[in-house]
Design a protein around this ligand. Structure first.
Ligand code: SAH
Ligand code: SF4
Length: 382
């Protein structure tokens, strides 16, 4: 059975046209699914019974099951969502003031295999469909609905590399962006990429003003190649040129993400080299202190050296913040999914859970994240 969430508005139009339905039905069905968040065709009361029956014969509106859930007392909620084939991905809701940010996954695992990333360590299983990507947002939208709240921002920073699942990711964003349905403005989305250069150029040509975050992680190619295997394919120069193209084409400031690994890429001379690369660009640096996970051979730098790194960038005219979140760390919530080491001992990786293990410790409160000067949370841009 097909997932209705996998269809674009145009595709829905052709299905209904081929069934001989009048054109106004297209918008009605679209609104039921994307605006009213209906999951059952029987709820779609403005449609004639025979159309509801026909839709139900041909389609489902896939609702992933919640295999595990963890919430902290400050409104961050992480779920492990079970997909139709038994695989599972993580999605996170972060409440901050009026913001309701959802962090979503685009692949089960990731083929890139960055040295510091737990998702990379689990290998690549498969791409998500457009429907599965959007369903993560709709999951939280439905949960917020009874309180009259809405999802206000979406960050594509969960499991997987979105630009290696380009078409499905873009289709999900366009469907969520469509003004007749979910209607989340393009500027409310942030796509994080490890630096898939052709994908960045292509995204620049989409005519969509989504925010772009590029994961740089090193100020020179030799080190970057060690940390990020795709650094062998595209040099920092090519990645930055793609970022510049994106900023020019969209007028949006590009965020550069930089995971700080103690003794590896957190020296002050490396901060100076990074500043030299980025100075004068429409850019911003998000520093992410490494989140330890079992099997990952790195250490988290102490808060003082994190701040010294940040100040070195700021002194040289490069806007930089340290990304942390309250309660559950965002990176523990998305993009970095295996065991959380000593800092948030209650978490277990979804990759473990997706093997069929339901860890009872899910649901326990996470360790408090430390906070400091100049810190902010997940959204790189307004
Ligand atoms: N594949 C994309 C998006 C998902 S990863 C990308 O790499 O950009 C989202 C973010 O989490 C990236 O910036 C990534 O570097 C970061 N991340 C991965 N593992 C981490 C870890 N162990 N500690 C801190 N951040 C991590
Ligand atoms: Fe994949 Fe991003 Fe993790 Fe690298 S950091 S392995 S690209 S999810």
């Amino acid at each position: 059975m097909k997932d209705l969430l996998d269809l674009s508005l145009d595709e829905l139009r052709s299905v209904l046209a081929s069934w001989g339905e009048p054109p106004f039905r297209v918008q009605q069905v679209w609104e039921w699914v994307w605006k009213h968040l209906a999951t059952d065709f029987r709820q779609m009361t403005s449609l004639p019974t025979r159309l509801r029956a026909r839709l139900a014969d041909a389609f489902t509106v896939a609702v992933p099951g919640v295999a595990a859930r963890q919430a902290d007392d400050q409104g961050t909620e992480k779920v492990l969502l079970r997909l139709a084939d038994g695989q599972a991905v993580e999605a996170v809701l972060i409440r901050e003031g009026d913001r309701r940010t959802v962090c979503i996954s685009t692949q089960v695992g990731c083929p890139v295999g960055c040295a510091f990333c737990a998702t990379g360590a689990m290998g690549y299983r498969r791409d998500l469909t457009a429907g599965e990507i959007a369903a993560q947002v709709l999951h939280f939208a439905r949960a917020l609905q009874p309180r009259g709240e809405r999802v206000t921002h979406v960050v594509v920073m969960g499991m997987g590399e979105p630009l290696l699942n380009y078409d499905a990711t873009l289709k999900a964003i366009r469907n969520l962006n469509d003004g007749q349905g979910f209607a989340l403005g393009a500027r409310r989305f942030t796509v994080s990429t490890i630096g898939v250069v052709p994908g960045i150029h292509r995204l620049a040509g989409e005519g969509l003003q989504v925010n772009l975050a590029i994961s740089l992680h090193a100020p020179d190619d030799a080190l970057r190649r060690e940390l990020v295997p795709l650094g062998k394919r595209w040099s920092i120069r090519e990645v930055l040129a793609a970022g510049d193209h994106y900023a020019r084409a969209t007028g949006r400031r590009v965020s550069y993400e930089y995971v700080l690994l103690a003794g590896v890429n957190d020296r002050l001379d490396q901060a100076r080299a990074l500043a030299a690369l980025l100075r004068g660009k429409l850019a911003h640096v998000n520093l992410i202190p490494f989140n330890p996970a079992p099997g990952l051979p790195f250490q988290r730098p102490d808060p003082r050296s994190v701040d010294a790194f940040r100040q070195e960038l700021v002194l040289r005219g490069v806007d930089a913040t340290v990304r942390r979140s309250r309660g559950v760390e965002i990176q523990a919530g998305c993009g970095q999914l295996r065991g959380q080491g000593s800092r948030a001992v209650s978490l277990r990786s979804p990759s473990c859970l997706s093997e069929g293990e339901q860890d009872g410790r899910w649901g326990a409160p996470a360790a408090n994240a430390d906070r400091g000067e100049g810190e902010r949370s997940v959204e790189p841009n307004g």
